[in-house]
Design a protein around this ligand. Sequence first.
Ligand code: SAH
Length: 575
Amino acid sequence: MKKFRLICPTPTSVFIADKLLLSGLDFEKWERPNSIRQGLLTALNRGQSVVAVCALGIIVRVLSDAKLPAKTAQTPIICITENGKFAIPVLGGHNGANRLAQIVAASTDGQAIVTTASDQSFDIALDDPPDGWAMVADPRQFSNFMQALLEEGRANLNEAPQWVKDSSIPHNEAAKLKISVDERSTDNNLTFVQTSRLAVGIGCERGCSASDIYALLVEAEQALKLSLDDAIFGSIDIKQDEGALVEIAPEMRFFTAEELAQKKVPNPSDIVLKEVGTPSVAEASALALAGKDATLILPKIKNQRATLAVAKSKSPMSSDFPGRGRSHLSIVGLGPGSEDLCSEQAWSALIQSTKWVGYSLYLDQAEQFAGEARQRLDFKLGDEEARCRAALDAASKGKRVALICSGDPQVYAMAQVVYELLARHPERSEWQQTFVETLPGITAMSALAAKVGAPLGHDFCAISLSDLNTPWEVIEKKVKAAAESDFVIGFYNPKSRTRNWQLPRAIEILARNRPDDCPVAFGRNVARADENITLTTLSDLNPDDIDMFTCVIVGASFTQRHKNFMFTPRGYKLS
Ligand code: SAH
């Protein structure tokens, strides 16, 4: 996921995007007009910073209406004027917004309007250290220190990090105040630590909630007086599929029980050993992540469902962290065709995956939606089992993979094949450890129904007329039962070049229970460029107009038609 989202909803604001691109900033664009609110809130929910090219008032209104969770309350938000002249940090000034505003303003030849105190005096935000650094002080200590610094006007910077030395804080060896690295803060000494040296190990019970772990994180931050936002997280490999961990730390490293058991820890547990094969998960994972000569700066803390420990490495860690990444398979539904009917969640999974698996046409479509080309694993139509096996195999190598379907991935698509394979192969431990999620989409029947009004207003069912994997007798039985029970019916796979008699047969069965003028809608390529939607009646329906890109909805006996729409009443006594 990109670190920040640029909201540029108008054509004139796009020029700002071009300038930021030229200066090498890495961001994702949100260009949808009339949806600044959605763009802003979804970014905050995903933990992304926001740069919005719009009036400040719009941002203020959105934020004041939204009930944001506490953890997003300081996420950097910057408002930039359409001419690029002014960049204003609105929220999270000392959480990166001031710095981001400076960078953005520099790339548009504008000016950052910084309104927080220390920045004005010393040209530096001490409580917003640059990437890779965290302040070791609680808010009270920091505010005492800042007050003293503003009064004294100088500090001893001999042991300060370079970025502090580079600021305009006057250095004086005799000063009472000191800024340094790696010690404990006091009211007179503000200290910093390199976050690339912090490793958080987490252990948890099956089904534990994210809030259980979050509570421990907050406790650890308070005890250590530093932010763990940029720390690296680790755990045992059998917890790769734990939903709470996915939520807390999407990027996490995992170790085997054997690797963890080798670590000497202060608080080993026999119960943990019996359950997972290593006497420690939290402490051992933190130490395993932080490497040789690491120190445990926070031994295990725990609540009912989770444990957490923090270690510090001897030197900053590189991005080539020990352990393996999470095996993560997202089964993604793109919706029926157009980008605006693809869910935010599905889109975000596309962006975050490193590999896409699926039928070539769907992968092409995903590229239209998500912009950048990913590593593609293309398959022909059919090959369902091979597609799903390939997706599971690719994900179980510690990667995030998207298995891409059209519409809803659960509706006549790949999702159930993945779960069926998982159930059939308990011996494939690498598959079993993979975090598998189904991200729903708008299915063809629902998209078509919406185009013609509300035909699904009362009980309905969906029937696939493909007899490739289901014997025709079984399908015919369902059509008869649905006809007799007076369900509205959505037909998928109504026809193909080789299967041409099934739809006429289904219509013949339905005609026994429904009037000739029973409303029928069919849509070819709904929500795609060559969409074609027709409203007709059961007796006028011509199967020649229908092919494999078409979905058909046959109304119930009491479905009605009015002007160019159809609807199925639910029995409300309307006046
Ligand atoms: N998972 C898909 C269905 C795949 S089965 C979904 O949820 O929509 C393939 C069948 O779906 C096609 O034969 C057709 O009947 C229907 N279909 C899928 N996309 C469609 C679209 N955009 N317009 C009309 N029918 C569509």
